[in-house]
Design a binder for this molecule. Structure first.
Ligand SMILES: NC(=O)c1ccc[n+]([C@@H]2O[C@H](COP(=O)([O-])OP(=O)(O)OC[C@H]3O[C@@H](n4cnc5c(N)ncnc54)[C@H](O)[C@@H]3O)[C@@H](O)[C@H]2O)c1
Length: 347
């Protein structure tokens, strides 16, 4: 590689084969950065799809992939030692099923905490000091109004607790060497949608509990109906309300967040959401509109740890990152539907 001609630095995206990671990798590549992905999953098709989207040839070295489990400190260290131009890390690797975490708390704590601690240790050992972390709105308690970054943290599930604990670890690590670390925690609300090409998107697995992938399965005739977990919440139609944010808006937010933390050593937290709430029933209606399919639903019991309403106050990320998450819920549904019909069949 010709280091003299290189304009922008290399970012490491952990969990980069996943839903958010593949979009983050694509936007960084489009913006001229080079990207290394590490992931324990081996879905190399995903890497080729990212290359296709940004117009890179199969052999291009601007995007490299290392299949490792971040629980393995030595393997992680080896990636950093053999790629000495890593400038920043976007840490997205993690287990994310809120429901499953209630049944397998140790799995969630071990995977999410140990991989994050290993990452911090390796970054410290190799002199890499810029880090963006994928936290979640689930660290907050429910609220009838928009939630700002200063709100009390009240994680209710092992998944959410693992995120709050990692944030605390990162904050303590930053405090211990305040002139060294540049750390930003991004509290994502509900990322939805897919890349407009329809080539990358959110894969639906047996563990999936995100609403839109399940609605899309019903629309596609893969499932009979959507189960709504509770219709007796104190909301406008009795179902829970979330702040859905288009995945590409969220992915672009990482570019501005990285530039922001690069300015000076810091520990900062940003909400990534639109500030607009949508109920489960409203989301089903939006999806019916874009897909043209009838989506039957039934009412089930409330889920343990579920929250009535989570909507971001996006004013800090707007003011400090100039982040405008503007794509509508209809666009999110339309892009997801396109991915479901094109991309999901080719993973
Ligand atoms: N999607 C959401 O709704 C949402 C909301 C808030 C926060 N987040 C967080 O954002 C991150 C990315 O989410 P996503 O939706 O892309 O999830 P995803 O499951 O699609 O991707 C996560 C990736 O991390 C990898 N991974 C997990 N543990 C690993 C380990 N020990 N070593 C190496 N790779 C590992 C997985 O193989 C997977 O490819 C997660 O940490 C998640 O908790 C997601």
């Amino acid at each position: 590689m010709d280091r003299i001609k290189k304009i922008l630095s290399t970012n490491l995206v952990t969990g980069g084969i996943g839903f958010i990671g593949s979009h983050v990798a694509a936007v960084f590549l489009e913006a001229g950065y080079e990207v290394l992905i590490i992931d324990k999953s081996s879905k190399k098709r995903g890497i080729q799809h990212i290359k296709d989207i940004v117009g890179l040839s199969e052999k291009s070295k601007k995007l490299l992939f290392f299949q490792i489990d971040m629980l393995n400190y030595d393997a992680l260290l080896e990636v950093f030692l053999s790629n000495t131009d890593i400038d920043a890390v976007i840490h997205l690797a993690g287990l994310k099923s809120v429901a499953k975490s209630n049944f397998c708390p140790l799995l969630y704590y071990q995977n999410n905490l140990v991989s994050s601690i290993n990452l911090l240790r390796v970054m410290e050992d190799t002199g890499v000091n810029k880090l963006l972390f994928s936290s979640s709105a689930f660290v907050y308690e429910e609220s009838d109004t928009q939630i700002s970054e200063n709100a009390k943290l009240m994680p209710k599930t092992p998944y959410a607790s693992s995120k709050a604990m990692i944030e605390k670890i990162m904050s303590d690590v930053q405090k211990s060497a305040p002139e060294y670390w540049h750390i930003g925690c991004m509290r994502y609300f509900n990322p939805v949608g897919a890349h407009q090409s329809g080539k990358i998107g959110e894969e639906v697995t047996n563990e999936s509990c995100n609403l839109v992938p399940i609605i899309a399965q019903v629309a596609a005739g893969e499932k009979q109906c959507v189960t709504i977990f509770g219709d007796d919440y104190e909301t406008r139609d009795g179902t829970t309300i979330r702040d859905y944010v288009h995945i590409t808006d969220l992915a672009y937010g990482h570019i501005s967040a990285l530039k922001k933390i690069a300015e000076k050593p810091t520990y900062c937290v940003y909400n990534i959401g639109t500030g607009i709430g949508t109920s489960v029933i409203e989301m089903i209606k939006f999806f019916e509109k874009v897909s043209g399919c009838k989506i039957p639903y039934k009412i089930g019991k409330r889920r343990e740890g579920d929250l009535k309403m989570l909507v971001a106050d996006p004013s800090k990320s707007l003011a400090e990152l100039n982040l405008k998450c503007e794509k509508s819920v209809l666009e999110m549904c339309a892009d997801f539907w396109k991915w479901k019909q094109i991309g999901e069949k080719d993973i």
